[in-house]
Design a protein around this ligand. Structure first.
Ligand code: 13P
Ligand code: SF4
Length: 301
C-alpha cells in the first residue's frame, strides 16, 4: 500500500514538474521520499536554485511562506495548510509595531519562525543556524529579538556589547527537556554528548556539549569522536541522524518532544497535494517585497 502511494507520488511529481522539500522534523517516510531534507536555512537556500515549476514544502507554514517569498513565480504547495508553528503565532504585526515604538533606535531581528507580515516589519531575519553571525553584522547596538526568548538569549549571551529586548515567545515542543531528565539519561549513558537546539530553556543549554540547528547536529555527530548522543530537539531529527550515522547511537532527550504540526504531513496528503495542486501558498505585495528584504539580508550574511 505504502509502496503504491510512493509510486503515485513519483508519477505525479514528474507530470507536474515538481520537487519535494522536507524539514528534518518530518515523518520518516516523508523524509525518505523527499528530494531534499534540511533545516530552515538550508531549505530557504535550496529553494532558490530549483529548476522545477512546483515545490511541495513539507514543513510548517512559515517555511512554505519563505519559499514563496523567495520564489514568487513558482507554485508552492503545502500538503496540509493547517501545519502552523505556535511560536510564530506568539507575535503579531500589531504587537511588533508597539515594541518598535517603545524602542525606536533598535534594530528588529526576527527568527524565521514568524509570519510573512512580521518579517515585513523586521530589519533582518535569522535562523537557529546563523543567529550569532547575523547579530554581529548589525551596526545597531540595541536589538529587539522576536519571537523566541531562548534563541534570543543564546545569541545575547554571545554578544555582550549589544542590548537585547527579548520577546517572550517560546516553542512548546522544546519545553519538554529538563536538566533533571537529562541528568537521569547521563547516568544511563555517561559517555554520551548532550546536543541541544537553541530553542531549549537556558538551564538545558547550560549543560549542553553542543548547541546548534537541526542540520548542524548531523555535522556535529559525524565529526565527533563520541558514539552516543542525547538529542534535545524534535523526535523527527533522530531519523536523519541515524540514517546518516548508522554506526552511532542517538538517544532522545525526552520521549515527548513531538511537534504535532510537523506530523500533519503524510504521504497521503502529499499525493493529494500533487494531484489537486493544492494548497497553494500565496504572499501578497507589498508584504512579500518587504519580507524578502529581511530574508535577503540574512542570506547575504
Ligand atoms: P532549524 O532551522 O534548526 O531546523 O529549526 C526549525 C524549527 O522549527 C525548530 O523548532
Ligand atoms: Fe514551531 Fe516548535 Fe514546531 Fe519548530 S518545533 S515548528 S518552533 S512549534
Amino acid at each position: 500500500m505504502q509502496q503504491d502511494i510512493v509510486q503515485q507520488i513519483a508519477a505525479f511529481k514528474k507530470e507536474r514538474n515538481a520537487i519535494i522539500l522536507a524539514h528534518n522534523y518530518q515523518l520518516p517516510e516523508v523524509q525518505d521520499i523527499a528530494d531534499r531534507v534540511g533545516d530552515s536555512l538550508e531549505l530557504a537556500r535550496i529553494s532558490r536554485s530549483i529548476v522545477q515549476d512546483t515545490i511541495v514544502l513539507c514543513g510548517v507554514l512559515f517555511m512554505a511562506e519563505i519559499t514563496k517569498i523567495l520564489n514568487p513565480d513558482k507554485t508552492i504547495l503545502m500538503p496540509d495548510r493547517h501545519a502552523g508553528c505556535p511560536m510564530a503565532n506568539m507575535i503579531t504585526p500589531q504587537l511588533l509595531s508597539a515594541a518598535k515604538q517603545e524602542h525606536p533606535g533598535a534594530a528588529v531581528m526576527c527568527y524565521v519562525n514568524s509570519s510573512a507580515e512580521v518579517k515585513a516589519l523586521s530589519d533582518i531575519c535569522c535562523t537557529s543556524a546563523n543567529g550569532v553571525k547575523v547579530a554581529s553584522g548589525l551596526h545597531e547596538n540595541e536589538i529587539i529579538f522576536i519571537p523566541d526568548q531562548y534563541l534570543g538569549a543564546y545569541i545575547a549571551q554571545r554578544m555582550p556589547g549589544k542590548k537585547f529586548h527579548l520577546w517572550p515567545g517560546y516553542c512548546p515542543t522544546h519545553m519538554v527537556f529538563s536538566r533533571e531528565g537529562l541528568a537521569r539519561l547521563k547516568q544511563e549513558y555517561p559517555d554520551a554528548r548532550i546536543v541541544v537546539h537553541p530553542e531549549c530553556r537556558l538551564d538545558v543549554q547550560e549543560i549542553a556539549d553542543q548547541i546548534c540547528s537541526t542540520s548542524q547536529m548531523i555535522t556535529y555527530a559525524q565529526q565527533s569522536e563520541a558514539n552516543q548522543f542525547i538529542i534535545c530537539t524534535e523526535l523527527g531529527m533522530l531519523h536523519r541522524l541515524k540514517k546518516e550515522n548508522p554506526s552511532k547511537e542517538f538517544i532522545p532527550g525526552s520521549p515527548n518532544a513531538l511537534c504535532p504540526n510537523m506530523k500533519i504531513t503524510t504521504l497521503e496528503r502529499i499525493l493529494w497535494s500533487l494531484e489537486r495542486m493544492e494548497s497553494r501558498v500565496e504572499v501578497g505585495e507589498p508584504t512579500r517585497g518587504k519580507a524578502l528584504a529581511s530574508i535577503e539580508r540574512m542570506l547575504s550574511v
